[in-house]
Ligand binder design. Structure first.
Ligand SMILES: CC(C)(COP(=O)(O)OP(=O)(O)OC[C@H]1O[C@@H](n2cnc3c(N)ncnc32)[C@H](O)[C@@H]1OP(=O)(O)O)[C@@H](O)C(=O)NCCC(=O)NCCSC(=O)C[C@H](O)C(=O)O
Ligand SMILES: [Mg+2]
Length: 285
């Protein structure tokens, strides 16, 4: 599966059952939208949500934002019909909840064919099987489900997320090894910007590409946290320039701000600038 090259700083969940939110999303600055048929939709509305979502996607207007549909698990009475309906809705990917092993993804592929898949990583079994899941031929992205994970781990909610870091770290390692995207879990207190900022920064520092969000008010904080900062961009430019000057004189190591710069640091610097370009291009697409 080719790697996703577009930014995924902010990935907003929208309940598939809420026409007002589905409409509002057309004008929001989310890099991607997860149209949810699973936990954000009550059982009584599962079937009608499928129809409401189908109409919204048919109408369109979501621009270049990535469109992902989260279906109910295939072990529920809605899962298989959700999968068939989602495949017909022209989304960029289908997101399967509570993936425990690559066999779960294979079961979905048997229904929908070879379309890109995303996996919710939110069970202890799933996290222990992260390397095999990340290796699945159709998998494009792992999304952390930290609410379900906390439930399964029976852990305490802590600002530093210490009880969950082993699982999140396993997914980061597996995802990076297979070149797929990684999106961090949601921050439930959607009116707490400072707490969200800290959690975004923690996820960014761990290597996540972005954060899943539950409310439009969280978009700005996530977009800022997962964009290269001005000082990172400035440093990247200076590292490239200094290294190129050194190379021209036959040396393999430059020094910038008292730190060595080798070709691997230059590769990271170039990635920073490429990310900035991709973000800037969003406004012009
Ligand atoms: C949390 C909410 C229930 C709050 O809703 P509400 O009270 O309506 O909020 P506001 O009045 O502040 O809304 C203002 C306007 O914004 C629109 N809105 C609200 N939320 C969204 C959204 N997610 N996307 C798009 N637009 C949204 C409202 O319609 C208002 O619009 P307008 O009236 O035109 O001004 C609500 O935000 C919500 O339902 N959020 C999504 C919850 C959700 O998706 N949960 C499931 C995903 S989390 C999860 O399951 C992760 C994982 O599986 C795990 O285990 O961790
Ligand atoms: Mg969940």
């Amino acid at each position: 599966m080719p790697a996703i090259t577009r930014p995924l700083r902010s990935v907003l969940y929208i309940p598939g059952s809420k026409p007002r939110a589905l409409d509002k999303a057309r004008g929001l600055s989310a890099d991607a939208i997860i149209f949810d048929l699973e936990d954000a939709v009550i059982p009584e509305e599962k079937v009608s949500a499928r129809e409401t979502l189908g109409e919204a996607l048919k109408t369109g207007g979501y621009g270049t934002r990535m469109k992902i549909i989260r279906i109910n698990g295939l072990d529920t009475k809605w899962g298989a019909d959700d999968a068939k309906a989602a495949a017909a809705m022209g989304a960029d990917a289908i997101l399967l909840p509570k993936v425990n092993s690559p066999a779960d993804l294979e079961a979905l592929a048997e229904i929908v064919g070879d379309i890109p898949l995303w996996a919710m990583m939110e069970t202890p079994a799933g996290m222990l099987n992260a390397p095999a899941i990340a290796a699945h031929r159709l998998l494009e992205c792992m999304v952390m489900g930290t609410n379900d994970l906390a439930k399964e781990l029976q852990c305490r909610a802590r600002a530093d997320r210490l009880p969950m870091l082993t699982g999140l770290g396993l997914c980061v390692l597996a995802g990076k090894a297979h070149g797929i995207a990684l999106i961090d879990g949601v921050y439930n207190a959607f009116k707490d910007d400072e707490g969200l900022k800290l959690e975004c920064e923690q996820g960014r520092d761990m290597g996540f590409d972005g954060k899943t969000l539950i409310h439009p008010a969280q978009l700005e904080v996530a977009n800022a946290a997962f964009s290269p900062s001005e000082s990172e961009v400035d440093l990247a430019r200076r590292q490239i320039e200094a290294f190129e000057e050194c190379e021209a004189t036959g040396q393999g190591v430059a020094v910038v701000d008292g730190r060595i710069v080798e070709n691997l640091h230059v590769a990271t610097a170039r990635e920073t600038l490429a990310k900035l370009d991709a973000i800037n291009a969003l406004g012009t697409e």
